[in-house]
Design a protein around this ligand. Structure first.
Ligand code: FES
Ligand code: FES
Length: 160
């Protein structure tokens, strides 16, 4: 079955079953490998992309449910001012360890700052609690979000 979806500002037509998860369409049909497969059940956040600016778990989103909405993946995130700031903060604070979860973390963090430019600790916890990191980079993720928001950050040198 044919589906046309808008990804990173361009239409793409793919031939897949209606219930194919968006994650597989992005990775296997469009060769956008930034969103990762973690749990496949909407529980870890590794597959997070934006749909009309909202963070969505692409592993549990059927391609047929997307319609005309605008999908943004990490590959195009730096084209937005907020996404660029988040990625720069991530690099400046050396947030990544293995990196597997980080695309999803960055997508969730950017969506947070788009709707709440100066988030409280609780805002950050609420927005990021569904994005798991097996390397436990949580303290540096929080610091990077604050840095991207222009808020004071703690010294991150000893953070996990
Ligand atoms: S792979 Fe989608 S939430 Fe875990
Ligand atoms: S950096 Fe390794 S899982 Fe998060």
């Amino acid at each position: 079955m044919s589906h046309t979806i808008n990804v990173n500002g361009k239409p793409h037509t793919v031939e897949v079953e209606a219930d194919t998860p968006l994650l597989w369409v992005l990775r296997d049909e469009l060769e956008l490998k930034g969103a990762k497969f973690g749990c496949g059940m909407g529980l870890c956040g590794a597959c997070t992309v934006h749909i009309d600016g909202k963070p969505v778990r692409s592993c549990v989103t059927p391609v047929s449910a997307v319609g005309d909405a605008k999908i943004t993946t990490v590959e195009a995130l730096a084209e937005t001012a907020t996404g660029k700031k988040v990625q720069e903060a991530w690099l400046a604070l050396d947030v990544m360890q293995c990196g597997y979860c980080q695309s999803g973390q960055i997508m969730a963090a950017t969506a947070l700052l788009e709707r709440t430019p100066r988030p409280s600790d609780k805002d950050i916890d609420d927005a990021m609690s569904g994005n798991l990191c097996r390397c436990a980079t949580y303290a540096r993720i929080r610091a990077a979000i604050k840095q991207a928001a222009g808020l004071p950050t703690e010294d991150t040198r000893e953070m996990a």
